[in-house]
Design a protein around this ligand. Structure first.
Ligand code: NAD
Ligand code: MG
Ligand code: MG
Ligand code: MG
Ligand code: MG
Length: 344
């Protein structure tokens, strides 16, 4: 464990994997996170079952990897740890199917705390409720594990009936490869609120909006869409890679002095006090549950507005230009896996 940080961070040596001995883990869902957790745990020597609907198109993929597959109810009945890795919006319905099979001392395990935190799932008092949330798209959780690398993760305990919830959560985190990179202790509330804020304001919402507004400003001023695409979207990856490797300093060191001076003097004019107020407003919608209510109602209504804005995003000019330009890269032959749309 490392004490210099404000948060407890666990690494492999802090974990006692015997907490998963004689334990069967049921992984419900075989999507982005599900396939990664199931395969990583299996290769770490854990007994794993996969829970999928009878007609699920993922069944074949799981079986081809040598995983035993049953319905969510069947595998939950056989397992002591039930890891709920179906999409957040279908978790309450799948939970109804497995609830009768939650025995005294079982663990209900999540990778995101939305349904627990906003009371869409209310587990019985006789089970532990934990969260091991890799801070990464599922496909990288798998790729990193295979490459003997790790993915940082969060661990939270919502309910600890057995007294072993932290130890079992850590053993689970180690088995999927998170303890190689560090497991941070947090709460369901903190994970949910920071995850939703991060994806809405910075990672998914903020960055796409920045890219589109930059692109549109250049194209509307008469510059070519190709130049605007390379400047506002393609080069972003190179800049983010530098920040990932060495923080803001490495990025500033690596760009020209002209870029550094221009960026340092202009950036705050783009993301200004007004934008900061909007960020605080969005955080309040997350904290108050207003966003969660909106998202739940949107799903109950059959996703009318989501479907529409999703299509508008696909139809944006930058997508057409980008697709055309990326097809010209000699190395752009896709390996298929990258095409999945991961969730953060
Ligand atoms: P996903 O959409 O990739 O996959 C879900 C899988 O669930 C599908 O492949 C299917 O096998 C199965 N499924 C769908 N509907 C089902 C049903 N009605 N009954 C049974 N099985 C069904 O899901 P995901 O993005 O991996 O998300 C799983 C959980 O992990 C969520 O709580 C999410 O917030 C969390 N999470 C995801 C990521 C990510 O990288 N995608 C990152 C961190 C946390
Ligand atoms: Mg059971
Ligand atoms: Mg430049
Ligand atoms: Mg996230
Ligand atoms: Mg998320």
């Amino acid at each position: 464990m490392t004490d210099e940080f404000t948060t407890q961070i666990y690494y492999e040596d802090d974990v006692d994997e015997s907490y998963l001995e004689n334990t069967t883990v049921a992984v419900l869902g075989y999507g982005s996170q599900g396939h990664a957790h199931a395969l990583n745990m299996k290769e770490s020597g854990v007994d794993v079952l996969v829970g999928l609907r009878e007609n699920s198109s993922s069944r074949k993929a799981a079986e081809e990897e040598g995983l035993e597959v049953g319905t969510p109810a069947e595998v939950a009945a056989q397992a002591e740890i039930i890891s709920v890795l179906v999409p957040d919006t279908v978790q309450p319905a799948v939970y109804e199917e497995i609830e009768p099979h939650l025995e005294e001392g079982d663990t209900l395990q999540f990778a995101h705390g939305l349904n627990i935190h906003y009371n869409q799932i209310t587990p019985p008092e006789h089970v532990d409720v934990t969260m091991v949330a890799p801070k990464s798209p599922g496909h990288l959780v798998r790729r990193n594990y295979v490459n003997d690398e790790g993915t940082p993760g969060l661990l939270a305990v919502y309910q600890d009936t057995t007294g072993d919830a932290v130890q079992r959560g850590l053993a689970y985190a180690k088995a999927i490869g998170c303890a190689r990179a560090g497991v941070l202790e947090t709460t369901f509330q903190e994970e949910v609120e920071t995850d939703l804020f991060g994806e809405q304001v910075v990672l998914c919402g903020g960055v796409t909006s920045l890219v589109k507004h930059g692109y549109e400003t250049l194209v509307d001023a008469g510059y070519s869409p190709e130049a605007a695409y390379f400047e506002c979207m393609n080069e972003l990856k190179l800049i983010v890679d530098l920040m990932y490797e060495g923080g803001l300093s490495e990025m500033w060191d690596s760009v020209s002095d002209t870029a550094e001076y221009g960026g340092l003097t202009r950036g705050d004019r783009v993301i200004d006090d007004n934008a900061r107020e909007n960020m605080e407003e969005i955080l309040e919608e997350v904290q108050s549950g207003e966003f969660a209510r909106e998202w739940i109602l949107e799903n109950q209504a059959g996703r009318p507005s989501y479907t529409q804005i999703r299509q508008a995003e696909k139809d944006h000019d930058i997508e057409e230009v980008g697709e055309r330009l990326r097809d010209l890269y000699s190395w752009s032959e896709s390996d298929g896996e990258e095409d999945e749309t991961p969730e953060v």
